[in-house]
Each structure stands twice: as C-alpha cells, then as structure tokens.
Ligand binder design. Structure first.
Ligand code: SF4
Length: 342
C-alpha cells in the first residue's frame, strides 16, 4: 500500500480529497471507491500499481479527435471506480467489488502483482506511443499511481491523458496541473438527480472540474452517451451544449450511441436520428466540433473547418483517411484549429 497525497485530518476521520465525494474515512474503513483505506490515521491506496488493463489504443478511441490525431496511447487501468454507473461498459473491472468480487477484499489485493511506474513508461515507449492514457476505470481510483507515472512520462517525452467522469476537486485538479495534457470528460446528464440515481455522483462538481481543467490549459474534449430514457430530450441535450459553449465553443463534443449493458440491459439502443438531432442542437448552440460515436454515420466523424467549411480530417472509425490540418491550422484558410497537432 502507498500513502495518498491529498487528504485532510479531522476529528476521528481522515478526509480524502482526490474526488468530489470527499469521503471522511474512519480507522480501518474504506472510501466510496473502496480503493482508499484509513490505517493508523493515514490514508493508503490499496490498488497502487495493480493494473487490470494495459493496451495500445489509437488516441481516437479515448475519444480524442483533436489531440495528436493518428497516434497511439498506452492505456492503463487499476480496478475500482468512484461512480457506480448502471450502464458501465467496463463493469468487470470497475464494479467487481460492488458485485461481490475480490474476496476477501483486502487480502485479495495483497497477493496481486504491482507494476512499477517505470515499467509502464518503458512499455509505452516500446509500443511507439505518444501518450499514456489513464482510462477504462476512473483515474481517481489510481490517482497517486497516475501522478507517479505522469511525472516519469513527461520526463520521457510522453503526454498524459485522463479519460474520466470528471469528479475532481480543486486539490486534485491542482495536483495534475502541468502534468495532465489532455482529458476526455463525460458530461453524462444535465440533471443532478440522474447523476445521483444512475452513477452515485452529482452534476455540479463535474461542471466545476471541466471549468478548472480548461482554465489550467488542459486540452479538453467532452463525451455524452445519449440514452433515450435519461438524457435524450431536446432540453437536456441543449443544456449540455450550452454549458460547453459557455466554457468554450472550441471544445469538441462526442455524442455516443448507447448500447444496453450491465444493469441497463433493458434500455433501448440510441436511434441514429437521435444522434443526428443532438448533433444539430449542438451546432445550433454554437459548438464548432461535434462527433458521433459508437455509430457509423457518414460525415459525422469528420472535422470541418469552422471558418471555410472545408473538410479538415476525414475519419472512418479510428482511422484517419485525410488530414488537412497543418501546424494546427486549416490548410485552406489558415484558421487555427483547437487542439494539439503534430
Ligand atoms: S477517491 Fe473519491 S471515492 Fe475514493 S476515497 Fe477518495 S474521495 Fe472517496
């Protein structure tokens, strides 16, 4: 176990400051994510260095469409999550402990291999990756390990990417300042009660984190999984789009198709028309870059120059078929395109 960096001592508890749950953890107890333990009045990460996923992904899979397009990102995850989303697509690694796995819990973790941060960075370099992504589960549950890998990654010329529910605090956003280069943050709903019921979180901290990361110069892209039953109304879609515009109309927005999974197996697959409607609502709100995800919709994965309207990047799935961005500018009219390009 490794001591965590962000905490505050209270009367009979220690408060974890990594995520917006801000758990007050008593002696021998765990936080909501079940990855932070109070032992002897100190907080420890029990899954430090335990990796349940290591793979080489196109950065477009995160999804990040404006961050080093066409490159690979070495993607890692540790088990657990600070959310309990009913439609989670990685429930086998994020929700296992909630579903009765990893028993006896603390003993189970003691026996697992821990991967030193150096090994992750070496593997990323060997695999010709340009970045390391902290993904699949939420980086909040392997935050201290991520910080250690991120520092080494930067020293070795690699960028760092969070794929996250965005449930961060002022303290954790500050801790990754200068280390985190890009993030894809979910804005799952624009409704606090849906956040509480479906994910076990709240809306406001996510919105605040988006603003704070943006102010700190982190390259941001946002994702919304469009679910008929919960957020697929013109008002909620417009509320999300308006919020993103209020931060910056440059921020790319990925609207993803929902497939019934995990505890939402009875839900409906999002219809193609719904994705197109949401795309149009986002465009009317003033967003410059919107992309359809988890669906093949000709033209809706492409980037178009907001100024001259010519095709910038043509994509099919994670592949780039044509790229007309030169040094971060539109090849045709010179318009500066939001993002980090070669
Ligand atoms: S990371 Fe979040 S959920 Fe886990 S203990 Fe810390 S505040 Fe609680």
């Amino acid at each position: 176990m490794v001591a965590i960096r962000l905490f505050k001592k209270g009367d009979g508890f220690v408060q974890c400051l990594i995520c917006a749950h801000k758990c007050r953890i008593k002696e021998d107890k765990l936080g909501v994510c079940k990855t932070v333990l109070n032992k002897g009045g100190e907080l420890y990460s029990i899954n430090y260095g335990i990796l349940v996923a290591q793979s080489v992904d196109p950065v477009e899979k995160k999804p990040l469409f404006h961050f080093l397009p066409g490159t690979f990102s070495y993607s890692i995850a540790s088990p657990g999550c600070n959310f309990r989303c009913l439609g989670c697509q990685n429930a086998d690694i994020s929700q296992s402990y909630r579903d009765g796995g990893y028993k006896p819990y603390l003993e189970y973790f003691k026996g697992l291999k821990r991967t030193p941060p150096e090994e992750v960075v070496e593997s990323a370099i060997k695999a010709n990756c340009r970045s390391i992504s902290y993904t699949y589960t939420d980086p909040a549950v392997f935050f201290d390990y991520s910080l250690d890998v991120m520092e080494l990654a930067h020293k070795n010329g690699l960028k760092n990417v969070f794929v996250t529910n965005g449930y961060y605090t002022e303290e954790s956003v500050a801790a990754v300042k200068g280390l985190l280069d890009a993030a894809n943050i979910d804005i799952k709903f624009f409704n606090d009660s849906s956040y509480r019921r479906i994910c076990g979180g709240r809306l406001e901290p996510v919105l605040e984190a988006v603003k704070m990361f943006h102010e700190n110069g982190v390259h941001l892209e946002l994702t919304t999984l469009l679910i008929d039953e919960y957020n697929n109304t013109p008002k909620e879609v417009k509320d999300i789009a308006d919020f993103i515009v209020s931060v910056s109309p440059d921020l790319p927005w990925h609207i993803s198709r929902f497939f019934p999974l995990y505890k939402m197996k009875d839900g409906q697959v999002t219809q193609q028309e719904s994705i197109i409607n949401a795309y149009n609502i986002g465009k009317d709100a003033g967003l410059k870059y919107i992309y359809a995800g988890n669906i093949r919709l000709n033209g809706y994965e492409d980037a178009v120059c907001p100024s001259c309207k010519k095709l910038l990047i043509k994509r099919r799935g994670y592949s780039i078929l044509e790229n007309n961005v030169i040094n971060g500018n539109c090849k045709f009219c010179g318009y500066k395109i939001y993002g980090v390009f070669e």
